[in-house]
Write a protein that binds this ligand. Structure first.
Ligand SMILES: *[C@@H]1O[C@H](CO)[C@@H](O)[C@H](O)[C@H]1NC(C)=O
Ligand SMILES: *[C@@H]1O[C@H](CO)[C@@H](O)[C@H](O)[C@H]1NC(C)=O
Ligand SMILES: *[C@@H]1O[C@H](CO)[C@@H](O)[C@H](O)[C@H]1NC(C)=O
Length: 509
């Protein structure tokens, strides 16, 4: 049917009949072409690993939101610990550091921070008691949760921490940590107010980069990035190299452009407008992908999580706010001929995001798109870590033009640790192919491999091996009823850059 309808010169009656058929069959009709897309990752939603240099100008750039540190008392040689993971006092009696000894930063300024503990409380002073005991009880931040980190000039991991009462924190004994050290400015090993900060984890997303630069510098830095990282030239490149669409990750703050809530900065909407006009000019389609929802749907930097927590979908108002973002985007681009699809939410993570709230959101998000467009496809991403890859079928099967998005990477699971080149390729032809078959049904939603990459855990593979791996994926993912999208167009890591892979002959379309 799609072929007949795409014939250029058909008698008008015939066209009409054809139209009617396509309306009648629209619920199961695949687009009259398979999507062969590339993601514009790291453009309108920052991912530091894609372009690390974006973070270069941030002062104290190793003290960003979501960075995790442990604090070791030099005097006792023991780590600070939120006893019970939080809810009570801080102690200094642990010989090794893991979850309860990890403190997540919320950056207030270059030198001032909140510290969040395992159970999510913030470190503060015991205001009910002596005012000096250091506790992790408060669920919120205020003046009494702000601490200043002072680093030693010639040994930046040696720190003292000034509490809101003006005194320094000290590990008085192994089971008493207090903020009552007046301080002599020394850095000696006998000083109970001196700690070594030990790095335990980083984050490098939109929250980190904008809050890291701060309101003075972030607007210019981000605008420069948006104007240079992806340009019209790239759309031309994409178009002449056999691709027909782009999937563009956006963040929830785009809907309140030009004045999004802090620390986000305005301008990404203008960049998305540009993308639509370049797409039209170079005959490409656009899939808008809400990659970062308020509160974060997966705790990753690519959903702009502040500190690794998943807060999205906890209540109706959060869901409604996210529906409003979709409504905004659909209203703005529904009549643009380049719009192919709206993806409601990228990679929500189970169990942090419950199936119930996700279904509620997808249903409302679908309606928001349909309010403005009867033709745009509506893409629903499966939950990461969900055991049933058909869990959205009861919802999606009943919705015309719905698409299920699955992401296939031979990387993020220990099953790939020891796979050889051939085993990886066999896995694509056998296992991925079977997985894809199981979700590609004649009466269910369309299927989309919205992210994949010709990268693996194999070390030192040859170009020819990469080519075979890429080809296997193109073969199998080409059978998805909606299509696929490579992750991503540009990346300092070559194999993750489709531009590099095409220019260097690793991928041929
Ligand atoms: C913090 O939140 C937890 C869990 O919701 C609650 O049990 C606790 O009472 C709250 N603590 C304070 C100090 O409000
Ligand atoms: C650390 O100190 C607290 C408070 O005295 C105590 O309850 C806990 O058992 C101690 N833990 C270790 C590992 O010594
Ligand atoms: C891939 O599929 C084969 C055949 O069904 C199965 O034996 C194998 O365990 C699967 N491999 C993995 C890593 O799941």
């Amino acid at each position: 049917m799609a072929m007949i309808c795409s014939l250029k010169k058909v008698p008008s009656l015939y066209t009409l009949a054809c139209l009617m058929i396509s309306v009648a069959y629209a619920s199961r009709a695949a687009p009259n072409f398979k999507v062969k897309a590339v993601n514009l990752g790291g453009w309108l939603v920052t991912e530091g690993w894609i372009k690390p240099s974006l973070f270069d100008g941030i002062p104290n750039r190793d003290l960003l939101d979501g960075y995790q540190y442990n604090l070791k008392s030099v005097k006792h040689g023991k780590y600070l610990c939120a006893e019970n993971g939080g809810g009570t006092i801080i102690v200094a009696n642990r010989t090794s550091a893991s979850g309860w000894e990890a403190f997540r930063l919320w950056r207030i300024s270059e030198t001032k921070f909140n510290f969040r503990v395992f159970n999510k409380q913030f470190i503060g002073l015991d205001t009910q008691g002596d005012g000096a005991t250091v506790v992790a009880i408060s669920n919120t931040t205020g003046a009494s949760e702000v601490f200043e980190i002072l680093r030693r000039d010639d040994d930046r991991n040696r720190v003292r921490i000034r509490a809101p009462n003006g005194n320094f924190l000290q590990a008085k004994t192994e089971d008493s940590v207090t903020a009552d050290f007046v301080g002599n400015g020394g850095w000696g090993d006998e000083d109970p107010s001196v700690f070594l900060i030990g790095f335990m984890g980083a984050m490098a997303g939109e929250f980190q980069v904008t809050n890291g630069y701060g309101p003075e510098k972030a607007p210019q830095v981000m605008r420069d990035h948006w104007n240079t990282f992806v340009t019209e030239q790239d759309f031309k490149f994409i178009s002449v190299n056999g691709l027909n669409a782009v999937r563009i990750p956006v963040g929830w703050w785009i809907a309140s452009d030009p004045t999004p809530p802090k620390p986000y900065v305005g301008g990404s909407l203008n960049a998305l407008d540009n993308a639509f006009s370049w797409a039209k000019k170079h005959d490409l389609k656009v899939i808008i992908d809400l990659h970062a929802a308020k509160g974060s749907q997966n705790g990753n930097e690519h959903s702009s999580s502040r500190d690794g927590s998943i807060e999205w979908g906890r209540d109706d108002s959060n869901i409604q706010e996210t529906v409003a973002v979709i409504d905004f985007l659909a209203a703005r681009y529904a009549r643009n001929p380049a719009l192919l699809a709206v993806e409601l939410l990228n990679e929500p993570r189970a169990p942090g995001v419950s199936l119930d709230s996700l279904v509620k959101y997808y249903k409302a998000g679908y309606d928001a798109v349909r309010k403005h467009s009867s033709t745009a496809y509506v893409v629903m991403s499966n939950r990461l870590s969900a055991s049933d890859s058909r869990e959205l079928f009861p919802l999606a099967s009943g919705l015309r033009g719905s698409v299920i998005d699955v992401h296939y990477y031979n990387i993020f699971s220990s099953i790939f640790d020891t796979m050889t080149v051939q085993e990886n390729i066999d896995f694509i032809y056998n296992n991925r192919s079977a997985e894809l078959n199981s979700i590609t049904t004649s009466n269910g939603p369309l299927t989309f491999i919205g992210e994949w990459v010709a990268e693996w855990r194999v070390k030192g593979a040859t170009k020819e091996e990469y080519q075979r791996f890429g080809k296997a994926q193109l073969d199998v993912y080409g059978r998805a009823s909606f299509g696929w999208a490579y992750w991503t167009l540009k990346n300092v890591n070559n194999h993750w850059s489709m531009e590099w892979m095409i220019q260097n002959g690793y991928i041929k379309l």
